[in-house]
Design a protein around this ligand. Structure first.
Ligand SMILES: [Zn+2]
Length: 406
């Protein structure tokens, strides 16, 4: 039977596993219960398992048994992230989170269950595989750089040599119609950086600001000046996004506080813009502070690089998707999206691609449904078998072409 047909038969099993994960989300790099569940799902399958040292990651290597013509046995990596978010679930689904204040609001429970399903599909075909498969079950995608940890611990050489191609997948609860796969060669997602600013003034009585140094008015000016800077200093054809999500100062209305602070997230789609941000922001903020006789501490922290997919690997994935599900199920994005991903770290090291999959609930308008990270973000189980089948088929077909090449 085909991988897609076999996967269909596993749909119930994959959905049950997804529900187990969904009910007990964990956040960050330490996901002991999730790791336990993944190990249980892999139990009895012929994988070489390695657990993370600095995190609760799971690396599983399948040794293919078929002969290969290439000089070196090919290796393909498949990645699923496993972490949830600090969000109180409000979807009302019957398998809703049982953990207060934690939710699989980004669909990583689908990724993990789909990759576990693919593990079974691949194990059943082990003797036809002329190469090895590395499964990367990764914690801490949501701002904890779990991928960076796994790379430092050797995931890209887990099979004993460097991975030849790497594939990741991400579900969405909006954007595209149900079941649609999405690709984009080149820059697919933005780089993500963090800005942490403290404006240092001198506290005093609210009735006598001349005798103090007010950090609040300066911080407010900085927040708006940053938006002006973006429209005046950056090319509109190379977009950037800067959002101040934290703004804090003061304890009482008639007290001028000693300091004010704010934090922002910055998304860029080119190295040139990213570099420019790193110099333009401190220059602007220091200038405003100096103008008011204040000081400012500016901490610009690089987080995730841009997600850049390999052109050839993207075409490979597109051919696999069209072959399995038909051309109508495939959309190629004209523009990148302003989300960010730590799978970017893998794609910076080895060729590969990232595939989007719409899991918007069937019958719901994908243009208005709540997007990932919303407490209402709802992902349809129906895509699970197709996602598992695609993971498995990407490994099988890429290993076949790599094994045939000299
Ligand atoms: Zn995510």
């Amino acid at each position: 039977m085909s991988i897609a047909a076999d996967a269909k038969e596993m749909q119930g099993e994959i959905a049950r596993f997804r529900h187990e994960l969904h009910q007990e989300p964990e956040i960050g790099l330490d996901l002991p219960r999730t790791q336990e569940k993944v190990l249980k799902a892999l139990d009895g399958l012929p994988y070489e398992i390695t657990l993370g040292e600095s995190t609760t990651s799971v690396t599983a290597v399948l040794r293919g048994g078929a002969p290969h013509a290439s000089a070196q046995k090919p290796t393909v990596l498949l990645r699923a992230d496993m972490d949830g978010l600090p969000v109180q679930e409000r979807t009302g689904v019957e398998f809703s989170s049982k953990i207060d204040g934690a939710m699989h609001a980004c669909g990583h429970d689908l990724h993990t269950s789909m990759l576990a399903g693919a593990a079974t599909l691949l194990a059943e075909r082990r003797h036809q595989l002329a190469g090895d498969v590395v499964l990367m079950f990764q914690p801490g995608e949501e701002g904890f750089d779990g991928a960076g940890h796994m790379i430092r611990e050797g995931i890209l050489d887990a099979a004993g040599r460097r991975v030849d191609a790497a594939y990741g997948m991400h579900v969405f609860s909006s954007l595209e119609p149900y079941g649609q796969f999405c690709t984009k060669p080149g820059v697919m997602m933005s780089a993500s950086d963090g800005l942490f600013v403290t404006v240092l003034g001198a506290g005093g009585h609210g009735s006598a600001p001349h005798a103090a140094k007010d950090p609040v008015t300066a911080a407010a000016e900085m927040v708006t000046a940053l938006q002006t800077m973006i429209t005046r200093q950056f090319n509109m054809f190379d977009p950037v996004v800067l959002t101040v999500g934290v703004l804090q100062a003061g304890t009482k209305r008639n007290v001028i506080p000693e300091s004010a602070r704010f934090e922002a997230t910055i998304r860029t789609f080119s190295e040139a813009s990213r570099d420019r941000m790193m110099t333009a922001i401190p220059q602007l903020l220091k200038g405003i502070a100096a103008g008011h006789g204040l000081e400012v501490d500016v901490d610009y922290r690089g987080e995730y690089p841009m997600t850049v997919t390999d052109e050839d690997e993207t075409h490979t994935a597109e051919n696999v998707i069209s072959g399995m599900f038909g051309d109508s199920r495939l959309s190629r994005w004209a523009t990148p999206m302003s989300g960010s991903e730590d799978f970017s770290r893998v794609l910076a090291e080895v060729p590969g691609t990232f595939v989007g999959l719409s899991a918007v609930p069937q019958g719901v308008d994908h243009t208005t449904s709540p997007f990932n990270h919303s407490p209402y973000a709802t992902f349809d189980d129906g895509v699970l078998s197709d996602g598992a089948a695609l993971y498995a088929e990407l490994a099988v077909s890429r290993i076949a072409t790599l094994a045939a090449s000299n």
